[in-house]
Unconditional design. Sequence first.
Length: 275
Amino acid sequence: MAADPFRIRDHVADFDEIVADIRARSLATRRTVPMEANIAYGTGPHEALDIFLPNSAGSDMPIHMFIHGGYWRMFSKEDYSCVAETITGAGAVAAIVDYSLMPGARMDVLVGQVLKAKAFLLTHADRFGATSKRFSVSGHSAGAHLATFLFHRSPAPSGVVAAFLLGGLYDLEPLQMSFLRDEIALSDEEVQRFTPMHHEHDSATRVAIVTGELETDPFKIQANAFRDILASQRLDVRASQVADGHHMSTVRDLAAAGTPMAAALHAFIATSGGS
């Protein structure tokens, strides 16, 4: 039987070692980067985010929100604090967001939560020395999928200047026949409502769609298809591949100074209103 192209462990031999490294880096980040933890953006369970500040914190800074992956059913904001190293290094306030996990919560809850988090950050940006006029977002895997709901065409304006989508999922239908069928059991209604390719997006949002060269085919096919859809909707969108990168190395390297991934995110934030 062919390996499931969506089951990342089947394609990344050092999956557990990379996850352990990301978590260790995140613990170090939480100890060394100025932060305010567990800020409620809503009243429900898991509706909290962590804010990390640049060393040269001031006023009217850009604010950048990161949404973690894990196929909507694993990981937390604490696991991905390390991404704040690159975000704050680009002169932006970093907001690392939590959300409820499937199957205990359904997709509509998760999408609603990231929208609440965005609304909270836009409303309270000045509390953190940031400005709502310089708001950008990134996400990895399922987090990239969730990030797309932050820059829909309606209601307009979305308030999202730019979105950095790494290793994302933009068509949910194939997941119904993957190992996730038993783990999250996406319904036909969820697939229809929450497939990004079915939606209209804000033409004022600049989008970078990034995949690793060593990703399995569905990730690369979906990235290119979503790029074409966004281009047809008149967004400024670019798709690129990371040489020798796979699904987990790319997200690990977002926080690893000197890597192409960290450099790409830093430059993306800087050109979206950063320093």
